[in-house]
Design a protein around this ligand. Structure first.
Ligand code: DGJ
Length: 529
């Protein structure tokens, strides 16, 4: 039995993912937890004063979680000599601020590069050999085929997870771990080192092929069509089987195997949820290597599913204006949506409602809450938009957690440049009609309105958010507009509603105005029940 396993088995409060009917919940201390957080800059955690700034920024936006990197070079400056003082301080700081923590393991690869590896790894090129490009030139990246690097990373990550288990097993401050960061190959489609060339000339492993055969009908379109072109071959070289897509599939296999090895070693010490984050394909990128090759994007997602058995979530980093389409790809029955990174520009802010209400996501964590001076105008507007959305969402989280996967959560989000109203069918012959305030509609710099509807019953709704007004239209009979019995503004303590004011107006059928962040409870007078 691995070292930490006995201790892990007894503790039911350890953060974990649990299947709940058709859905997946993140459980912390046995209760569903939804992550409203943000990520620090990449190098903000080299001292605890800077981390404190991150925590203060997170408090200011009503976050309940922090996402902070742990650098391998700072953790293990000399082989086998670990320095946990930053890890401990980061955890203690989060506890003081009542924040949960998602730690990012910046180990062998940060965006396909080796910047966060210790100097003793960087300088020992013979042992920890590097990725080579197609001309044979060394890159600033450790090869995913390097078993020595894998072993060294496994040893460091195991030490980290063992330490976190000992330090945090009662408090459960650390709730998830990210393995590496946007691991990929770039700007080549694959590694051309000697070891990689040898493996590429061989055959794909049988476990990969049997997974693909078993899931053939459900494969993503890119892989499906590449494989179809070779007549769904199952034997031969990578190129025989995957044709032109072989280098990218090979990269996905090499990287996912490497990451899974690290995750397996870490889970033996402390088995909380582990995830990877994915850089997406941007428009204008036409081939692997233009886009990051081998990451779990829409090209090779299935390869990761086949190989990375110790990874619980494949999470997108979304810096594209078509957020809903990109997020939808990662919202699957075999993969709960967690938005690991998203732009902090105000444009993205309402997509927290898309994530939590539209796609049953478990969390939303924009990148760079403490970004420096040069980004300040975007940051200030982004922080403001985040603050307003998190302010209304925070008290709603227990209710949202209970309503996930029930068809009773509805996002109110307008797509960019569509200066229109929304009609949101709520079931039971009722539709919400939403008109957005002009000042909130939409360019990437501007704050956009948005919100959430939670259906408590056929005649009772929570409406929260800002930047719109809303009325309820009956789809059958008369009256055409549903009449309101009461409208209250308030908040929740747990799941108990606290009324702040009663705002039922002069008219029976009201248009509810949410010009500022607010939470309303609406009781309609309806014939159905
Ligand atoms: C994506 C990376 O994963 C992050 O670490 C960060 O560098 C952002 N890009 C910057 O936008």
């Amino acid at each position: 039995m691995p070292l930490g396993a006995a201790a892990q088995i007894q503790d039911a409060g350890v953060p974990r993912l649990a299947q709940d009917g058709e859905g997946t919940q993140l459980l912390v201390d046995g209760s569903p937890f939804i992550i409203l957080g943000a990520q620090s800059e990449n190098t903000s955690a080299s001292n605890l004063e800077d981390v404190e700034v991150v925590y203060r920024d997170l408090d200011a936006v009503h976050a309940n979680s922090a996402t902070i990197p742990i650098s391998w070079s700072l953790l293990e400056p000399e082989p086998g000599k670990f320095d946990f003082h930053l890890v401990d301080g980061i955890i203690e700081g989060a506890r003081r601020h009542h924040l949960k923590l998602i730690l990012l393991w910046f180990g062998t690869s940060k965006n396909g590069l080796m910047g966060f590896t210790p100097d003793w790894i960087k300088t020992d090129r013979a042992t920890y050999f590097r990725v080579r490009d197609a001309r044979g030139d060394e890159q600033y990246a450790i090869s995913p085929l390097s078993t020595a690097a894998l072993k060294a990373d496994q040893r460091a990550f195991s030490a980290l997870m063992s330490h976190i288990r000992e330090f945090d097993q009662r408090d459960h401050t650390v709730i998830m771990m990210q393995i590496e960061n946007e691991d990929c190959l770039y700007p080549e489609d694959r590694d051309y080192s000697v070891a990689a060339n040898r493996a590429f000339a061989g055959q794909p492993p049988p476990e990969l092929m049997s997974y693909l055969v078993k899931h053939r009908e459900g494969l993503t379109p890119a892989l499906q069509s590449a494989w179809k072109l070779t007549g769904y071959r199952t034997t031969g070289s990578w190129t025989n089987i995957f044709g032109d897509m072989a280098p990218e599939v090979f990269s996905a296999w090499a990287i996912s195997s490497y990451i899974d090895g690290i995750a397996e070693a870490g889970k033996a010490q402390y088995a909380i949820p582990y995830y990877i984050n994915v850089p997406l394909i941007n428009s204008g990128q036409v081939r692997a290597g233009d886009w990051p090759s081998g990451t779990a994007n829409s090209q090779v997602f299935d390869i990761w599913k086949a190989i990375a058995k110790h990874i619980d979530i494949i999470a997108p980093d979304i810096y594209r204006i078509d957020f809903p389409q990109q997020a939808a790809f990662y919202n699957r029955s075999d993969n709960v949506l967690f938005v690991a990174e998203v732009g902090i520009a105000p444009y993205y802010a309402p997509y927290v409602f898309t994530t939590l209400a539209g796609m049953n996501g478990i969390g939303y964590t924009p990148f760079g809450i403490d970004r420096g001076y040069e980004y300040s105008s975007e940051l200030n507007a982004g922080q403001a938009a985040l603050e307003e959305n998190f302010r209304v969402l925070r008290p709603l989280l227990p209710l949202i957690a209970r309503n996930r996967y029930r068809g009773t959560l509805f996002p109110i989000v307008l797509d960019m440049y569509r200066h229109e109203s929304l009609a949101i069918p709520l079931g039971d012959s009722l539709t919400a009609v939403v008109h957005f305030d002009e000042k909130f509609v939409a360019d990437t710099e501007a704050h956009r309105g948005g919100g959430i509807i939670i259906k408590l019953a056929a005649d009772r709704f929570i409406v929260a958010g800002e930047g719109f007004h809303i009325n309820f239209a009956e789809l059958k009979g008369l009256p055409r507009d549903a009449e309101c019995l009461s409208v209250e503004e308030g908040t929740f303590d747990g799941e108990t509603w606290i009324t702040k004011r009663v705002i039922t107006g002069d008219r029976g059928n009201v248009s509810l105005r949410l010009h500022q962040p607010s939470i309303l409870q609406v009781h309609l007078d309806r014939k159905v029940n």
